[in-house]
Design a protein around this ligand. Structure first.
Ligand code: ZN
Length: 366
């Protein structure tokens, strides 16, 4: 095959994958991304009798659930698809599938996506390089976003200084995934935000997982294994939920997974023992549970009863599994820790990890 023909063939193939993904995403299985789905769940009025703190917790859960709603825009998903090298990712998934049948093709596709995302697409930023000399800059704290930065979705902007050029460098922290497809850089927030969008764009069910101690990651529904799988794009980590507690030495209170049709308190998956946990003092457990139940009901209200029943069955199974992990030393010990879960954090510099209690030495360690 001549070079020219090869290129034509490859772009043909890419087009075919693109059509496949789009039709699959819009097919009958993609109930959750059906147009007309309620986009912004609102807290119910039944919550009037709550204490002020419980009301805040309840509202916070509803507010957080809006993040993954953004990923359902077809325009945004199409734009996301256009940046993914589909032929390469599908070829790699095909290859990996031959060697490892414990995961399905869909799992291998997402793993290949994550490897590409970490190695070739997204960049980690400790401090932004000076745009004149490419040298290292020094942090000067938080500044106000400019009007343009705000329009592009920056909630805040960090300001840096290049001592060599006596020049300021700005690092707007963009919250909007469309902008992140262009900037392709950031810390865990930007990584999880953009990666979760790409997972949705490829047609897999995804959860954006929020942690109260300032980390975020993704969970992907494995069709083959019928369960939610931990996926952290910053670390290219797949199915290693104990990595934060065991590898990073991070203590956590709440980890809540937000999907477009499935919200769950998934803390026990990531925090296995009392010594790894921080107090859960944002409100009563009862209120948290109520918020999740109410939210799931709203998110699923437009689905046919049969699809709702499937999701409810999944809830029961997942809750049962999470319950078994909760403070159950014997059960937790029976699950072997993977080597990858003992690994320290790779993303971020030493000082930043220490400040976050993620350097494997515990909070405040020297
Ligand atoms: Zn410079």
């Amino acid at each position: 095959m001549s070079h020219h023909h090869h290129r034509e063939w490859a772009s043909d193939l890419a087009q075919r994958f693109q059509n496949l993904v789009v039709s699959r995403r819009r097919g009958p299985q993609a109930g959750s991304s059906r147009p007309g789905a309620p986009q912004v769940p609102a807290p119910s009025s039944a919550s009037n009798a709550m204490s002020h703190q419980d009301q805040q917790l309840y509202n916070m859960i509803f507010a957080l659930s809006r993040t993954p709603q953004q990923y359902e825009s077809q325009t945004l998903q199409d734009r996301a698809l256009s940046v993914i090298p589909l032929d390469r990712i599908y070829a790699e998934a095909e290859e990996k599938g031959k060697a490892d049948s414990s995961w399905g093709h869909q799992d291998h596709v997402i793993r290949a996506l994550m490897a590409w995302f970490k190695n070739d697409f997204f960049t980690w930023v400790n401090s932004p390089a000076c745009s004149r000399c490419q040298g290292e800059t020094q942090g000067q704290g938080a500044g106000q976003p400019t009007d343009q930065e705000r329009r592009d979705g920056a909630g805040r902007t960090e300001v840096y200084w290049c001592p060599h050029c006596s020049r300021q460098e700005r690092f707007p922290r963009y919250d909007h995934p469309a902008k992140l497809l262009e900037t392709r850089r950031g810390r865990c927030g930007e990584w999880a935000n953009c990666f979760t969008l790409l997972v949705r764009a490829l047609g897999s069910r995804a959860r954006w997982v929020w942690n109260a101690e300032d980390h975020v990651w993704t969970e992907v529904w494995s069709e083959k294994q019928g369960r939610w799988i931990h996926a952290d794009s910053c670390e290219n980590a797949w199915g290693t939920p104990k990595v934060y507690a065991e590898g990073w030495g991070k203590k956590m209170s709440y980890c809540i997974g937000f999907g477009v049709d499935s919200v769950q308190d998934v803390t026990p998956r990531y925090v296995r023992t009392e010594s790894q946990s921080l107090p859960r003092n944002r409100g009563s457990e009862e209120t948290l549970r109520k918020a999740i139940v109410d939210l799931n009901r709203q998110l699923r209200s437009h689905l046919p009863p049969s699809e709702r029943a499937v999701l409810e069955e999944q809830d029961v199974k997942e809750l049962g599994n999470l319950e078994k992990l909760k403070w159950n030393r014997a059960h937790a010990d029976a699950i072997p820790t993977k080597t990858e879960e003992l690994q320290g954090r790779q993303s971020g510099n030493a000082e930043w990890k220490r400040a976050r209690g993620e350097d494997g030495k515990g909070p405040g360690a020297a």
